[in-house]
Write a protein that binds this ligand. Structure first.
Ligand SMILES: Cc1cc2nc3c(=O)[nH]c(=O)nc-3n(C[C@H](O)[C@H](O)[C@H](O)COP(=O)(O)O)c2cc1C
Length: 214
């Protein structure tokens, strides 16, 4: 089946893209508004897009209803230019899901979900204490493109619970963290527990050796 995206509705396009760009990491983002009120919400239109400098990008849609008005997370990041990305594990899934409810701006989702925070090292926004790792970020820019917005952030500090760091690399013990990924909407997620397998990277010499041996 082919889809001409000039003929699909925004909702159909959304369904196609979230079903095809999978699995997606989840950025569980904490922010503050100018009055200091905390906010937390999950975003899976998310990835790192650079390491020098370390950059992340997040796609944030509009608040439900008329107008092109960004969700609280996007508004807070524009106002304070700071945010924290917290990782979501299997056991934190239900609490993360509570933070996706479309509460009014004055509601602190962290209180609703019963989540404590810890102060961050560099930014004024706290991290979620039960999350195994958090990325402290400063907004580089927010690009408004049509009715979409992409937030580009620079990671300025990283916190990882000690048990998940192999100091040799340092490497992250991602196989022990049990983070979850978002799939095609409809409440579908994937686990990473016991799901790791290896495809070792090849050099050209490795590849040539294999050709010769075949
Ligand atoms: C796992 C998950 C991923 C989500 N990803 C996005 C996303 O990438 N972009 C977006 O605009 N909304 C996304 N949402 C919806 C927002 O979390 C939801 O609209 C939330 O209420 C926004 O909160 P805020 O207004 O406090 O920022 C996602 C929801 C879930 C459950």
């Amino acid at each position: 089946m082919d889809f001409d995206l000039t003929q699909t509705t925004p909702h159909q396009t959304y369904n196609l893209l979230i079903g095809l760009v999978v699995p997606r990491p989840i950025a569980w983002i904490t922010t503050r508004n100018l009055a200091g009120q905390l906010n937390a919400a999950p975003f899976s239109a998310y990835n790192y897009v650079g390491t020098d400098p370390p950059l992340v990008a997040i796609g944030v849609g509009n608040r439900p209803g008329p107008g092109v008005i960004g969700k609280d997370t996007a508004q807070n990041i524009r106002q304070t230019r700071e945010f924290v990305i917290n990782l979501v594990t299997e056991e934190l899934g239900p609490a993360m899901n509570l933070c996706a409810i479309d509460f009014p701006a004055e509601v602190d989702e962290l209180t609703i979900a019963g989540l404590a925070t810890e102060p961050s090292k560099v930014v004024g926004v706290p991290r979620i204490a039960r999350s195994p790792a958090s990325l402290e970020c400063r907004e580089v820019t927010t690009m408004e493109i049509g009715r979409s917005r992409v937030i580009l952030g620079q990671v300025v500090s990283i916190h990882v619970r000690d048990e998940f760091v192999d100091p040799k690399g340092p490497y992250i013990r991602a196989d022990q963290m049990h983070t979850i990924g978002r799939m095609n909407g409809l409440g579908n997620y994937v686990r990473t527990r016991d799901a790791f397998f290896q495809i070792p990277r090849l050099t050209q010499a490795d590849w040539l050796r294999r050709q010769g041996g075949a």
